[in-house]
Design a protein around this ligand. Structure first.
Ligand SMILES: [Zn+2]
Length: 445
């Protein structure tokens, strides 16, 4: 059996992966809060940990791996949107959960084994809060239930923050009912007209950290093998999940913690005001899902990745080459060993892509296809790939260049040129939308 090495954030080192039970390997990734479209940064953990899911299934057997990715459907941003639109929170969360599932499928991510929702776990949350109160790790105050950070000796171990520093450094303008400024919310009260659930502490709603702890316990158990997410979740989200679960159960919560690095766009933090904000929902109308998937795998998952439309176009060309070489492959081949070895070394996807490039010859086309399909690429037949490619024969980077020229023309008040470019784009079947955060485009159908 191939050995898998994984970098464990808790140990700050690569370790040999040894599941608690090889016939029941359990992994959890924090899923989306469904109040809006996911952006490309949100897609990174989905794609990289999908590769891990595939690798675990290959090594341990499909039926022996359970992957849970939750849906956070209780959140103040969902509540605010529901009030704005005059609809229920369920109608908001169902809408965005559906789009999320569709968009992630276009990116080639397999469905997780389970997608539990917070709204279906209120009894479990109430039970865990009662346990934490009984054990002296939590307290009730003014309709809230708070976790008492001082009650846990090794609080801060994952993020390597010292508990005392956290208590001293927490913001001073804190709610007066907190015993310590660093104490965090397990439950907060809902007003008469707000969404809420009944509890021994009155009508209210759970904190986000509590949702994950309870869904993990219910579906995967008290101790699980792998918990993953973006590195921005290390503190406070994952630290607080550990505090809740370990204090409630008196057992280790997670054996291997994995975190992916940040994603920037054209070298900058993505933001709506910079006009470099890309939702997955929008990107999949411009590029094949496989080109987006491959571009997210070009950097090692722990490294930062700089996303750009040029890089997606480049990966599209790489896929064109691979599709051309594998066009006539009929016989199935097994997954090439060098690919499995690269991925088993802490998901070294850049090395895996190099291995696939090295197989991009007529003689090894069958291996290229098998290896690429293992990581969720070359899933179409070549004919349909190139047919779809022909339909959008003008590459997205060329369109972006035209749009930039138009912006420059407008800035220098050359309106004739700006109109000419708009007409040219229209001929190409591109519809421009000028908005407060810049110009976006889509292809006319
Ligand atoms: Zn979580």
């Amino acid at each position: 059996m191939t050995n898998i090495q994984l970098y464990n954030t808790k140990a700050r080192t690569k370790q040999l992966f040894e599941p608690i039970d090889p016939e029941n390997v359990r992994m959890y990734v924090c899923g989306p809060t469904v109040y809006d479209f996911a952006h490309i940064g949100n897609a990174r953990p989905v794609v990289v940990f999908d590769v891990l899911f595939r690798l675990l299934k290959l090594i341990y057997g499909s039926e022996n791996v359970t992957y849970a990715r939750n849906i956070t459907d209780i959140d103040d941003r969902i509540m605010a949107k529901a009030v704005d639109e005059g609809v229920s929170i369920r109608s908001i969360s169902n809408r965005y959960a559906k789009v999320y599932a569709e968009d992630m499928a276009i990116l080639g991510a397999l469905d997780p084994s389970l997608a539990p929702r917070a709204t279906e776990h209120l009894p479990e949350m109430i039970k865990m809060m009662k346990t934490l109160i009984d054990k002296g790790n939590a307290y009730e105050a003014e309709g809230h239930v708070m976790f008492h950070v001082r009650s846990m000796e090794n609080y801060g171990a994952l993020s390597r923050h010292s508990r005392d520093e956290l208590i001293a450094g927490a913001r001073v303008d804190v709610a007066p009912f907190k015993k310590d400024p660093a104490d965090f919310v397990l439950w907060k009260p809902s007003s008469e007209d707000q969404v809420g659930w009944g509890s021994p502490w009155g009508k209210g709603r759970p904190g986000w950290h509590l949702e994950c702890s309870c869904m993990i316990e219910k579906h995967l158990g008290k101790t699980i093998d792998i918990h993953a997410g973006g590195q921005d979740l290390i503190f406070p989200h994952h630290e607080n999940e550990i505090a809740q679960s370990e204090c409630a159960h008196g057992e280790t919560f997670v054996n291997y913690w994995m975190h992916n690095g940040y994603l920037t766009v054209n070298g900058e933090k993505m933001s709506k005001s910079l006009g470099n904000f890309h939702t997955v929902h929008d990107l999949v109308t411009k590029f094949p899902g496989e080109a987006l998937r491959l571009s997210l795998l070009t950097a090692h998952y722990r490294q930062p990745i700089d996303f750009s439309l040029e890089s997606v176009a480049e990966q599209k060309r790489r896929l064109d080459r691979w599709y051309r070489i594998t066009a006539d492959v009929k016989a199935a081949s097994s997954v090439p060993l060098q690919l499995i070895e690269a991925l088993s070394d802490d998901l070294n996807t850049p090395k895996a892509i190099s291995a696939l490039d090295a197989l991009a010859t007529q003689e090894t086309a069958a291996e290229l296809k098998a290896g690429a399909q293992f990581v969720g690429l070359l899933m179409q037949d070549s004919d349909s790939w190139f047919q779809e490619g022909a339909a959008d024969s003008v590459a997205a980077d060329e369109i972006e260049a035209l749009i930039n020229n138009r912006i420059e023309a407008r800035a220098s008040k050359d309106f004739a040129e700006s109109d000419r470019i708009r007409d040219r784009l229209e001929e190409l079947g591109v519809i421009l939308e000028d908005g407060p955060s810049g110009t976006t485009w889509r292809r006319a159908n």
